[in-house]
Design a binder for this molecule. Structure first.
Ligand SMILES: [Ca+2]
Ligand SMILES: [Ca+2]
Length: 473
């Protein structure tokens, strides 16, 4: 089978690599790629380069000479110049060419075997500044990858950018990745579990970002996280809360237990303490629930930011077959300040869909929530510390309710959704299968609400309630 990305990477490698600057990558400007080429050429990550060919009509079989421009802070995986022609390529939408981009500071290493992966990792965990590209296959890491405070800009990415063909299994150690450096990145990989023990699970976390070491800018994109015994992703903080893990990006990942249920109650998807400015977007979380006939305790939320985390954006996620959905704060003393929670689809089995505890300045809008239980509340805002919250345009089958003195402005929610309104609530697909009069075009304008979970535009005067916009004109 012809593999376009392999050809391109090898071509670029042959062209050589000059010394890279040592500075950390700067915040990147969004770039406009040529959309007509998108089925054939995939820039990874998408914001790292623009395809600047002229013209708009490309089809399978065309032979073109693509020209690309790297975004500031990025380079082609083995080129240092900011602009490049890739040579002649034949366009084939079933087998897109993947253009791998690296941060300016990163040396590129391609690995194909366990030995090569372990060696590349061991060489990188102190000095960082490397992108390790994995050929498709199954790898294992017998020891925790301990990314030191001095190791910034370390990336592990599959060459295919597809988690289905590249996996790294762990061992029954506490953490698969223990991260103290900035800009640690995992992309396009299946991660977790173990092949080394009768115990199937990584004991604690697949990734722990140590906020107590001030580690920031973790990026997790397009991965599948499976089978950790505790929360899959953990962000810890210092006991005095002066240091924190900030500016994380968790995008388009799948989090799941492969047994279809969690191994115990003390688990979850993302569990972040005192974390600031995180974005959790476009992920699927499933099967984070336990057998409540055996143990009545609840798992943590699929997404949980607490211990006074700040400024979290949680959008476009699908969460189903879980005990609890999205949690901000936990108790009267562990809260959250500043968040947007929008366009999420959530199906829980035992408890609340969205939970705000001692939460302030949180906007919860246009989420769809189905409770597969008799639990009374789809959305809760709880404790005196919950102030100045806005809950609007949500579609649920259970009430939105204050507990223990929590305050919020609650308007324009529809809380009597019926099962047949949705495409398939069992799998978390809360797209609308019908067009209920109380839902269609009944949403209120909310500043910042421009799209739905599918990326479809929200007309200002015709917003549908819930995560799915069906009337786009
Ligand atoms: Ca920090
Ligand atoms: Ca839609």
């Amino acid at each position: 089978m012809k593999q376009g990305w392999l050809v391109i990477v090898v071509t670029l490698i042959l062209l050589g690599c000059t010394d890279a600057p040592v500075s950390s990558p700067s915040a990147t400007e969004p770039v406009t790629t040529n959309p007509a080429l998108a089925p054939f050429i995939k820039v990874y990550p998408a914001s790292a380069a623009a395809i600047i060919n002229a013209g708009n009509n490309f089809s399978t079989g065309d032979i073109i000479t693509p020209k690309l421009s790297a975004a500031p802070g990025f380079k082609f995986a083995a080129l240092s110049s900011g602009e490049s022609e890739l040579g002649e390529v034949t366009l084939n939408s079933a087998d897109p060419i993947i253009i791998h981009m690296a941060h300016d500071s990163q040396e590129v290493r391609i690995v194909a075997t366990n030995t090569e992966l372990r060696q590349a990792v061991n060489e990188s965990v102190v000095s960082g500044n490397r992108i390790i590209l994995l050929q498709p296959g199954n790898y294992d890491l017998p020891e925790t990858v301990f990314v030191r405070e001095t190791a910034n800009n370390l990336t592990l990415r599959s060459l295919s950018t597809n988690y289905r063909d590249t996996a790294i299994t762990g061992n029954a150690y506490n953490n698969m990745f223990l991260v103290r450096g900035d800009y640690f990145t995992l992309e396009g990989l299946t991660l977790g579990g173990t092949s080394h023990s009768e115990r199937k699970f990584v004991r604690n976390h697949i990734v722990q970002l140590q906020g107590e070491k001030d580690a920031d800018y973790l990026t997790l994109r397009d991965n599948r996280f499976i089978d950790s015994f505790e929360q899959m992703i953990k962000v810890s903080t210092s006991s005095d809360r002066t240091k924190s893990g900030d500016y994380g990006l968790v995008e388009n990942n799948l989090f799941e237990f492969t047994d279809g249920k969690a191994p115990q109650w003390y688990t979850g998807g993302i569990d972040a303490h005192n974390a600031n400015h995180w974005v959790v977007r476009g992920n699927t979380f499933r099967h984070i629930h336990i057998n409540h006939l055996a143990d009545t305790r609840l798992t943590e939320g699929a997404i949980h930011f607490w211990s006074n985390s700040r400024d979290t954006l949680i959008e476009n996620n699908i969460i189903y077959n879980v005990d609890r959905g999205i949690m901000l704060g936990l108790t009267s003393s562990s809260g959250h300040n500043g968040a947007i929670v929008r366009n999420n689809m959530i199906m829980t089995n035992n408890d609340v869909g969205i939970y705000l505890a001692s939460a302030t300045n949180v906007d919860v809008y246009n989420n769809s929530i189905w409770l597969n239980s008799n639990y009374a509340n789809a959305i809760e805002y709880r404790f005196d510390g919950s102030q100045n919250n806005l809950i609007v345009n949500n579609l649920t089958n259970a009430q939105v309710r204050s507990r223990n003195g929590g305050q919020a402005t609650v308007i324009n929610n529809v809380t009597n959704a019926q099962a047949d309104w949705f495409v398939d609530w069992q799998s978390g697909d809360l797209h609308l299968a019908q067009q209920p009069e109380s839902v269609i075009k009944r949403g209120q304008y909310v500043e910042g609400l421009n799209q739905d979970i599918d990326g479809q535009q929200r007309p200002i005067d015709g917003i549908d309630i819930g995560a799915d916009q069906v009337q786009i004109n």
